[in-house]
Design a protein around this ligand. Structure first.
Ligand SMILES: NC(=O)c1ccc[n+]([C@@H]2O[C@H](COP(=O)([O-])OP(=O)(O)OC[C@H]3O[C@@H](n4cnc5c(N)ncnc54)[C@H](O)[C@@H]3O)[C@@H](O)[C@H]2O)c1
Ligand SMILES: [Zn+2]
Length: 341
């Protein structure tokens, strides 16, 4: 699988020339159809466009059925290509639909959000949410290619850019202390996105290639995600308090850095740096007493757990991370309390 970071005007025609597909469909959501599809439309031969409703709440089985039906109606065979044009929702869902349609057709990812460029499109995790559980049903399968072009950020809402930035911060914290020292001295608007996208993709790709099925080292990518995912899931049900993925992960990274500090894995100075920078970019998620128990219970649903015990990826130094560290409910409660006060 190749990951290209270059203008789509170059990468897309080259990819299509190297393959001979019987049919092509583009999967977009309402926003990416409007803002991103015009940028690729002219580089494609005859194709079908399938449009999803935008948003995490539509990353579900109903949307999959619609996609499978559209492919069936258009009589797509096993030599067809699905192009996922959108953020992580379109990429995860579209990849899952392609991986399962007739036991699998080719798909490529054209990620259009910062988050999907530096995270979701790299690594082959595909899937959908199910009855309130995030990414509960899914498969591992790599796309034929990931074609990245940062031009799409021109229309991306700032909150989405900020959300994706959390994964860049995560990659620096777990793997590159020097880069962490560069980004933490700049605010969101001063960052060099072309440089950071390439940097993050390289880090994630390197980790994923060592451990594609997440048996070991890949688990470090889950730093911030045990509590982060629980927060994201908890607030999913309430439209007024819903968090973007990166906002939840930013909170998770602070709480989990606190746990690392308590366990003696990192120094207080690093915890303070993380806290200061993440609060300055993301603010503080308002957590009421009544939120704590449900959030803690949700961590038990985490796919990384074993035997009902929560295992976490925890920083063990600047630019370094360890994984499979058992963490008790009491430790997590203390971390959430630290975060919210
Ligand atoms: N597979 C993985 O390894 C992995 C990793 C991280 C996250 N994810 C998943 O990714 C999803 C989140 O991805 P996301 O943050 O990209 O969300 P998203 O796909 O919902 O996109 C965010 C919003 O931005 C809009 N949008 C996308 N590109 C745009 C553009 N260029 N201009 C204007 N609007 C645009 C979308 O329509 C949507 O409203 C979650 O479902 C998460 O579970 C998967
Ligand atoms: Zn993430």
């Amino acid at each position: 699988m190749s990951i290209q970071i270059s203008p789509l005007a170059e990468s897309l025609p080259v990819f299509l020339k190297q393959h001979n597909y019987s049919a092509i469909a583009v999967l977009a959501d309402a926003n990416t159809k409007r803002f991103c599809y015009p940028a690729i439309k002219n580089f494609l031969p005859k194709h079908k466009i399938i449009t999803l409703r935008a948003g995490e709440q539509y990353k579900d089985l109903t949307a999959c059925e619609m996609v499978w039906q559209a492919l069936t109606d258009a009589q797509f065979d096993r030599h067809a290509l699905l192009i996922d044009l959108g953020g992580g929702v379109v990429g995860d869902l579209g990849g899952f639909c392609a991986a399962t349609y007739k036991r699998g057709i080719d798909f490529i990812q054209i990620p259009t959000t910062l988050l999907s460029q530096v995270d979701a499109s790299v690594g082959g995790k595909l899937g959908i949410d199910f009855h309130g559980f995030k990414n509960h049903i899914g498969v591992f399968k790599l796309p034929e290619a990931v074609l990245i072009d940062t031009v799409f950020f021109q229309t991306l809402p700032e909150l989405e850019l900020r959300s994706g930035f959390a994964e860049i911060i995560k990659h620096c914290l777990i793997a590159d202390a020097a880069k962490w020292n560069v980004i933490r001295r700049r605010d969101l608007h001063q960052q060099d996105w072309n440089d950071l996208v390439a940097h993050s993709v390289a880090i994630k790709k390197n980790i994923v290639e060592q451990d594609p099925n997440e048996k070991g080292i890949r688990k470090v990518l889950n730093y911030g995600h045990t509590l982060g995912h629980a927060l994201e899931t908890h607030f999913l049900a309430d439209p007024k308090r819903r968090l973007l993925h990166g906002e939840a992960i930013a909170a998770g990274m602070i709480a989990e850095a606190f746990i690392a500090k308590r366990k003696g894995l990192i120094e207080i100075g690093l915890l303070e740096q993380i806290e200061e920078y993440l609060f300055s970019i993301y603010g503080r998620v308002n957590l009421a007493d009544a939120d704590l128990e449900p959030v803690l219970t949700l961590t038990l649903q985490d796919k990384k757990n074993r035997n009902g015990e929560v295992r976490m990826a925890l920083l063990d130094g600047p630019g370094s991370c360890t994984y499979d560290v058992p963490v008790t409910k009491a430790e997590m409660r203390r971390a959430l309390d630290y975060y919210r006060t």
